[in-house]
Design a protein. Structure first.
Length: 137
């Protein structure tokens, strides 16, 4: 019986390099998107938390990258290890989106008043009652 570690040491090393590369790309991708949207949100005077949610929702765009990475791999532009790293980063970043965004969306939902159809402290959004009175009058 052969030991796995002695048979494939270079593949195990490559897999660790791919995982490390995926982790570094994940951190750079996430920080870049969330920080960039934080800056944009301040400049555009968005409500607190909106830029954070949008930044995290942009993480789901990583799934599109799988298509491009597959094309690059087919053309021989990237290696199998690079493809693996890009694939890991795309899947993990998309999986992290829901746990990162759900608490903020729950806080936003608590502010929503369904019977009125508007957000509290948001005078620019008309309520259903004011829309109906406007249409009737």
């Amino acid at each position: 019986m052969q030991r796995l570690g002695s048979e494939f040491p270079s593949e195990l090393y490559t897999n660790n390099k791919s995982a490390l590369a995926a982790l570094l790309m994940l951190v750079a991708s996430t920080v870049g998107k969330v920080a960039g949207l934080q800056i944009a949100g301040r400049i555009l005077r968005w409500k607190k938390g909106d830029a954070y949610v949008i930044g995290w929702l942009l993480q789901t765009k990583a799934l599109i990258m799988i298509i491009f990475a597959d094309i690059l791999l087919d053309k021989g532009i990237i290696t199998n290890e690079a493809f693996t790293a890009l694939l890991l980063m795309a899947v993990v970043s998309t999986m992290l989106t829901v746990p990162a965004v759900a608490p903020q969306l729950q806080r936003n939902r608590a502010v929503f008043v369904p019977s009125e159809g508007a957000l509290l402290n948001e005078p620019s959004v008309p309520s259903q009652a004011s829309i109906h009175s406007t249409l009737k009058g």
